[in-house]
Design a protein around this ligand. Structure first.
Ligand code: S3P
Length: 432
């Protein structure tokens, strides 16, 4: 298994682009597959998770061409998928598993989904319950509420579902099933989560609406649909990937990076808000919007950061950036409190555990809590051997920590970055 050595001390200067957004790439293949006509996806993320989505839809008869400059999805229409020849392997990808379950609930064939050890230990009851209420029968094969999942479709009914968690994967699974239902479907979540499914469904011709309620909760509605229509999708750079390089520029002296074409959808851009609260020198330039998805070039310069509180409505807008924010907090002046983030426990690893363990190994003062962590800033981090536990975001967050540490850092099983950012270490080597 691969180990990456990170040597501190260099400044980072120059321009870069980060790969396409993972969430949007998944959705473009899924909607393209169930649309009529061809969907052309530019700047698609060819990370392992999105390739899992492509593999699964190919198993259901969809022809998907991987060209050098784009992906072409030759859609089969809303009711044109065919029964897969065997189990569909969703790899490490929660998005593939949960969103696809919503689509599979509306088909006329049964299917079986299974992933790797991490994926097969993540909670699936959160989608089994609402899809079950709609009329699908989803069985956790091992009876533990996790994948492998056996999906037996049924005649789906529209429901008004109130989700206990703010999860775009849950919301999206129910909305996608709602396309096949006999009446309107709605999902209310306690706090608005990323809205890429709603935006893209609208572009593909579905009738979708969102209501934001006082107090921060939100309801998304979808009407049953006859057909979706293939589109051209430009995928903006992934802000979750850009976050590592923004942090690297902020944390290393005499650095200045311009990261081009980064998605800045407000349901994803909490990282930028927290950077601002921490005193970061960040500027957004060349702002534009395409397919309802805003993007900009982000200029980040070395900054003296200070501690902050990260909580409440912000959490779903930066949930995947909390590992790198924790690293930034350890190197900031003062205390940072992360709360309302119990969802961290059910990511690719339990990220409250893996972040606190990694930071403690590097000499930071961090206390895990039930729904987050408390980080005493101002530590000098010491290079160390870091277990990624095969979690891509842990590997990348601690690679950045290594840049700002004293001494060398080694990231174990560093190849796991392939899940969302295959070129991460090459780009880091070029810049540092
Ligand atoms: C995602 C939603 C989030 C996020 C994940 C991608 C999506 O998960 O952590 O990396 O594409 O919808 P939850 O819905 O579980 O919060």
């Amino acid at each position: 298994m691969s180990v990456r050595k990170i040597t501190p001390g260099n400044h980072l200067r120059g321009e870069l682009t980060v790969p396409g957004d993972k969430s949007i790439s998944h959705r473009a293949v899924m909607l393209g597959s169930i649309a009529q006509g061809t969907t052309e996806i530019t700047n698609f993320l060819t990370g392992a998770d999105c390739l899992s989505t492509i593999r699964c839809f190919r198993q259901m008869g969809v022809s998907i061409e991987e060209r050098p400059d784009c992906i072409l999805v030759h859609g089969r229409g809303l009711r044109g998928l065919t029964a897969p020849d065997g189990t569909m392997n969703t790899g490490n990808s929660g998005t593939t598993t949960r969103l696809m379950s919503g689509i599979l609930a509306g088909q006329r064939f049964s299917s079986l989904l299974s992933g790797d050890a991490s994926l097969n230990s993540r909670p699936m009851k959160r989608i089994m319950d609402p899809l079950g209420q709609m009329g699908a029968r989803i069985i956790s094969v091992n009876g533990n509420g996790c994948a492998p999942l056996s999906i037996q479709p049924g005649d789906l009914h529209g429901i008004a579902y109130t989700s206990p968690v703010a999860s775009a994967q849950v919301k999206s699974a129910v909305l996608l099933a709602g396309l096949y239902a006999d009446g309107e479907t709605s999902v209310t979540e306690p706090v608005l989560s990323r809205n890429h499914t709603e935006l893209m469904l609208q572009n593909f011709g579905a009738y979708v609406m969102t209501a934001l309620h006082p107090g921060g909760s939100a309801t998304a509605y979808v009407e049953p649909c006859q057909e979706l229509y293939g589109q051209q999708v430009f995928v903006p750079g992934d802000i979750s990937s850009a976050a590592y390089f923004i942090a690297a520029a902020l944390l290393t002296p005499d650095s200045e990076l311009l990261i081009k074409n980064v998605g800045t959808n407000f349901t994803r851009a909490g990282f930028l808000k927290v950077c601002e609260a921490m005193g970061a020198d960040i500027t957004l330039v060349n702002k534009t919007i395409e397919g309802g998805e805003p993007r900009a070039d982000i200029l980040a310069r070395s900054s003296a950061l200070k501690g902050t509180v990260i909580e409440g409505e912000l959490i779903p807008t930066l949930i995947d950036e909390l590992p790198i924010l924790a690293v930034m907090a350890a190197l900031a002046e003062g205390t940072t409190v992360i709360r309302d983030a119990a969802e961290l426990k059910v990511k690719e690893t339990n990220r409250i555990d893996t972040v606190t363990a990694g930071l403690a190994t590097m000499g930071a003062h961090v206390t895990p809590t039930e729904d987050g962590m408390i980080i005493e800033g101002g530590s000098c981090l010491t290079g160390a051997r870091i277990q990624s536990h095969l979690d891509h975001r842990i590997a990348m967050a601690f690679a950045v920590a290594g840049l700002a540490a004293h001494g060398e850092t080694f990231i174990e099983d560093s190849q796991c970055v392939d899940v969302s950012y295959p070129e991460f270490f090459q780009t880091l080597d070029q810049l540092a």
